[in-house]
Design a protein around this ligand. Sequence first.
Ligand code: NAD
Length: 308
Amino acid sequence: MKVTVVGAGAVGASCAEYIAIKDFASEVVLLDIKEGFAEGKAMDLMQTASLNGFDTKITGVTNDYSKTANSDICVITSGIPRKPGMTREELIGINAGIVKSVSSSLIQHSPNTIIIVVSNPMDTMTYLVHKTTSLPKNRIIGMGGALDSARFKYRLAEALGAPISDVDGMVIGGHSDKGMVPLTAHATRNSVKVSEFLSEDRLNQVKEDTKVGGATLTKLLGTSAWYAPGAAVSGLVQAIACDQKKMFPCSVLLEGEYGLNDLCIGVPVILGRNGIEKIVEIDLSEAEKAHMKESAEGVSKTNGLLEL
Ligand SMILES: NC(=O)c1ccc[n+]([C@@H]2O[C@H](COP(=O)([O-])OP(=O)(O)OC[C@H]3O[C@@H](n4cnc5c(N)ncnc54)[C@H](O)[C@@H]3O)[C@@H](O)[C@H]2O)c1
C-alpha cells in the first residue's frame, strides 16, 4: 500500500504522521513544491519510527511526481490555509490552480489511484477534480465531514460531561461555517438520543460551536488547525487501504441522492478498497432537509466561481 500526500505543510505532515503511526501502509511519499521541505519533514518523521514503533517508510520529494508512481491513494493538502477572519471560500482563487495541476500530475503517474481532497474550499476543490480529470466518481473523495463530526462529538461530550467514547454523531452538508449540518436529532450517548440529556438551547449551542469549530481554532492558532484534520484524513486512508467498509460523511459527487445533483457535498458513505463503495441515504427531518438544501446552494454558488 503506497500513499502519496501532496503538501508537506501542517495538515500534510500531520496526516503522514498518523498514517505512519497506524502502521498499515508500506510507503508514504510526501511531496511539496518548497525546495527540501518535504525531504526535511520526511526525515524528521522517519526519526520517530524507532520511538513510535512503525515500519512505514516515509520519503520526501520536491515536486518530483515520478516518485509518487503507482500510489494506491493520493491526498491533496497543497494550497494556502485561511488566516483569522477569512472564510474557506476566499481561498478559491489560488487553491483551484494548485489542485487542478496537482491532481493532473498525480493521475499521470498513478492512473488507478483514489484521490482524497483536503484543500479548501474543499467541496468545490473536490468538484474541480471531477470536472478536470477522468477518474470515476468512486475514486474522488473530499475530506471535511469526518473532521466536522469529530468536532461535533467533542462538543457533545463537553455538553454532556461524558467521555467522547460514549458519544456518536455525524455532520453532513458543506464544509463551511454556514453549510455544516450537525445531525443533533440522530446523535446518541451510548444509543440514547442526546436530546434526553440536553435542552434544545444547549443542543443549539453545540451545533453552533461545531459549525465554527475551524474558525475558533484559526483565531487561536493564527492559521488553520492540523492535528484533527490529519487524523481525520488518516482515518479515511486506513478505511480504504484496509477495506474496512467504514461509514464516514465525505464530500462526493451526487447524482440525485438527497435530491441533489451536479455538486460534491458531505453525505454518509461506505469506504472500502474501491473508495466510495456506497452512498448511504438516511431520513432527514424537514428542518435538516431545508438546511441541506441551503448548504447545497452555498456550495453551488462557490462552484460557480470556478473557471472550468
Ligand atoms: N478539508 C479540511 O477539513 C481541512 C482542514 C484543515 C485544513 N484544510 C486545508 O488544507 C490546506 C493546507 O493547510 P495547511 O494548514 O497544511 O497549510 P500549509 O501552508 O501549512 O501547507 C500547505 C503546503 O502546500 C504546499 N504547496 C503549495 N503549492 C503547492 C504545489 N503546487 N505543489 C505541492 N505543494 C504545494 C506549500 O509549500 C505548503 O507546504 C489549506 O487549503 C487548508 O484550508 C482543509
